[in-house]
Each structure stands twice: as C-alpha cells, then as structure tokens.
Design a binder for this molecule. Structure first.
Ligand code: ATP
Ligand code: MG
Length: 384
C-alpha cells in the first residue's frame, strides 16, 4: 500500500487538440514547483500522481501544489491492488469523524468483478458498521470516500479533496510586464492575470531620494511573495526622479499624475518590445482614485499604441481585492506605510477627466525622448 497525491486538472481538458500541449506545460510547472523535494510526478492509468515522497514533506508538497495554476484539486490517497478483499479491508479500517458520508466508486477497469453502484453499497455498509455515529447522505455529505479503480490494476482511495488555484497553466498565454507598485492592487492583478496562464516580468518606478529604500524593499518583498505563484520573476527597477522633477518644473500641476502615468506606459512599452513581452498589466480599478476614470485611462492608453494594457481588476470591489491579497499573502506587506512615487509631488487637485489636446500641449514642454532614453539606460534588473 503506497501513499500518493492524486492531481486533478481543470479547463485544459476543454482545449481539444491543444490538450497535450497544456498538459505537458502543466506537468513541467508541477515538477518545477516541487524541485526541492524528493518525489516523482507520474502518469498512470490516465491520472497524474505525486509518488515516492517523504512523509515528512507531505504538507509542504501540498502547499506548493495548491499554488500551481491549472491544478483544480488534489487528494491524498492510498494505492492498493484492485482486489475486492484488499479494498474492503482498507475501507473497514476507516475512521470518519464527520457526521455524514457517501462512497463514490468509479470503475475504469471493466474487468473488476463488481459494478460501481453495487460496490458503493457494500463498502458503505462496511463503513457504517465500523462508524456507528455516522449516516449516509448522497447529496449533502461531509466526507466523500472515493474509490477510483483504474485500468492499471491499481485502486486509489481517498477521503478528502483539497482545492487548488485552478485557471490555466503558467506560460500557456504568453508573457507580460506587470506594473508593480507597493500597493494592494498590483500584486492581486498579477495573480489574476497569471491565473489565466500569462507569465510575468515586473517593473517598479521609484523616486529616490523622495521615496525611501524601505519603499523599495517592500516591493522586493512583494515580488518574492509573488514567485510562489509566478515562478521566477525578473524585476526592472526604473528611476523616475528626473521625469517627475521635469513635469513638476514645467507642466500644469493638475496634470502631474496623468503625465507620469503616460511616461510609465511609454517606458513599459519600450521594455516590452525589447524583451518580447506582449502586454502591460496594471492594478487599476474603475473609479478608485482620480487617475482611474475612463477619461484618465483613455489618455494613458494612447501614450503608446503598440502594446495592449490589461487591467484585470477593472470591475472588482475593493473588499474582493483585499480578500485575494490576503489569500496570496501580500496584503500585510502592501499596507506598510512607505510612500510610492505617485504620491511625490502629488497635486492638490489632480485632473479627473484629462483632455487629450491639453495632455499633448503639456507634453510639448518636455524633452520626452531624452527623458525616456535616460530612464531606460538607468534600468536595473533584479531576479527573484
Ligand atoms: P496599487 O494598490 O496597485 O498601488 P492604486 O490603487 O494605489 O494601485 P495607483 O497608485 O493609481 O492605484 O496605481 C494604479 C496602477 O499603476 C497600480 O496598480 C500599478 O499597476 C501602477 N503603478 C502605480 N505606481 C507604480 C509604481 N511606482 N511602479 C510601478 N507601477 C505603478
Ligand atoms: Mg498605489
């Protein structure tokens, strides 16, 4: 009798001809996420399993697996021979703490001598006899005892199902550049878009000496936390000080944020083009602050026209964003009070509905090309 972890995949089964590609990427991602452990990821009888792991590592392995996109659920299970007596024997030793249960038998091996519905009744009877306080409930059960009789003459028995992250395997939907601030939203945006299969690099704009070293450290901590879901992350650090000073010196104060955001997009698009990244991702959310109106986003969008901007949180409620931030463990870091470059030179009355003509007039006052060139030349790259 071996202990194994049964892995279940989600949507990739819907992908027809591409299924084998998605499956291959997912298995690769699973192996990568477990590379620090001694274990095997194998396919057997049409199912995927983690096998031959050290019992001591089990919880850590499960924690890693729940963060692999494309996995829907997993179960700790035992592997026994597909033998009626052996299965009965195992089931008769089950002690279920919960109030209700059901048995679900699937029989891929049609040579197994008892049909599923019959075997469910037999095994249910055995469990009832040994757990007198429990009752059968086919619909609202606390515990489902799953008996999966495979074609490879092995049967897998489990009594739990652990939810995983779901979504699509990382890197099956291209790659993008995340604008990572120190706030609550952008790490959540990263999670949402990566969950659809897009792998990410990140860029952070900082304004030393107006923003502190601690603000930078906070972003590093966030990037590190995101690697749990995103794998390795390349972080571009862009010094934004000179650009902000120039805008502050020459342009109408109410356009400060609008102009800054357009610079961010122009610089990000350049990095995307140079590195084969196909989208820019932000944590913007409609209506949250002055820079997040449809008019603001329109002038931000037209700062460049070659790279699409994805805003996965556009319609989320703040509460919902906070829940996800807590789930991915970025919230407590995000709320640390270090200032972001967007708050430096913050005008009293930022424009809420910027006009494109006015934006272009303001930008004429700046040496945009050289400022961008300087920012690009000064980029630092860190790996997490
Ligand atoms: P967040 O919580 O992600 O900081 P926010 O609600 O504070 O978002 P803004 O400050 O307007 O909103 O920023 C909107 C988006 O712009 C952020 O989600 C992020 O993607 C990007 N952004 C803002 N500041 C920076 C920065 N310093 N470096 C990189 N990206 C940034
Ligand atoms: Mg912010």
């Amino acid at each position: 009798m071996n202990k194994v972890i049964v892995l279940r995949f989600g949507e990739l089964y819907l992908k027809g001809k591409n299924r084998s590609y998605f499956e291959k990427v997912l298995i690769n991602n699973i192996k990568k996420s477990l590379n620090e452990f001694n274990c095997h990821v194998i396919k057997s009888g049409g199912r995927y399993f983690v096998t031959q792991y050290d019992e001591f590592d089990e919880q850590q392995i499960i924690d890693k697996l729940t963060k692999v996109f494309g996995l829907v659920s997993l179960s700790r299970a035992v592997e026994v021979n597909s033998d009626v007596d052996e299965i009965k024997d195992y089931v008769s030793n089950l002690h279920l703490d919960n109030k209700s249960f059901r048995v679900s038998v699937t029989r891929a091996d049609k040579n197994f001598p008892i049909v599923s519905s019959e075997f469910e009744k037999i095994l249910g009877g055995i469990i009832l006899k040994n757990n007198p306080d429990i009752k059968v409930s086919l619909k609202d059960f606390d515990t489902e005892v799953v008996i999966d009789i495979r074609e490879n003459k092995n049967t897998y028995i489990s009594t739990e199902k652990i939810q995983c992250a779901g979504g699509m395997p990382l890197s099956t939907a291209g790659n993008g550049l995340l604008l990572l601030s120190g706030g609550i939203d952008s790490p959540v945006a990263a999670y949402m878009i990566a969950r659809r299969g897009m792998s990410l690099s990140a860029i952070h704009f900082y304004s030393f000496p107006y923003t502190s070293e601690l603000a930078k450290q906070k972003v590093f901590t966030l990037a590190k936390k995101l690697t749990e879901y995103l794998g390795n992350i390349k972080l571009y650090l862009c010094k934004f000080t000179h650009i902000q000073e120039e805008i502050h010196k020459h342009c109408s104060p109410e356009y400060m944020i609008t102009l800054m955001r357009r610079f961010m997009m122009k610089i990000s698009a350049r990095i995307c083009k140079q590195n084969g990244l196909k989208a820019i991702i932000t944590g913007e959310n409609l209506g949250q602050v002055a820079s997040q109106t449809v008019e603001s986003m329109t002038v931000t969008n037209f700062a460049q026209t070659e790279i699409p901007i994805f805003r996965p949180l556009i319609g989320f409620d703040k509460q919902n964003i906070i829940e996800i931030a807590n789930m991915i463990d970025t919230y407590n870091t995000s709320i640390l009070p270090y200032e972001d470059c967007c708050t430096v030179f913050l005008p009293k009355n930022p424009i809420i509905k910027p006009k494109m003509e006015k934006v272009l007039i303001e930008e004429k006052k700046l040496d945009i090309d050289n400022l961008i060139e300087e920012a690009i030349n000064g980029l630092e790259i860190l790996e997490f």
